[in-house]
Design a protein around this ligand. Sequence first.
Ligand SMILES: [Zn+2]
Length: 112
Amino acid sequence: MTKISGAIFLVVGGIVSISSYLIDKQKMKIFIFIGYFFVALGAAKLLSSFIFQSPKEDQPKRQSPQQKTISTEEKVMQKAMDPHGYIGQCAKCSTPMRRINIYCHRCGSKVQ
Ligand SMILES: [Zn+2]
């Protein structure tokens, strides 16, 4: 979208400045200036679109709903795996279990 509008600015600005230059250089000075301004604006838009709209742009939009569920699952997995001594889940109630636990602290069933 920004690329297209930038190109339009370039083309319109070029046409305005060139045509007003050809019609009357003296009387159309303002329009030549406006044309140059449009060209500059279009060039700036194109440049900024090239700089800021890298190929990454469409990835976050596409992934955001799925990635949230994955990240929460990963967080649960990380919690269950190790960082604070969690090594697994209770077979009965699937509560994260610590290495030191012999009995599940939630439902009381024996783990080891
Ligand atoms: Zn349990």
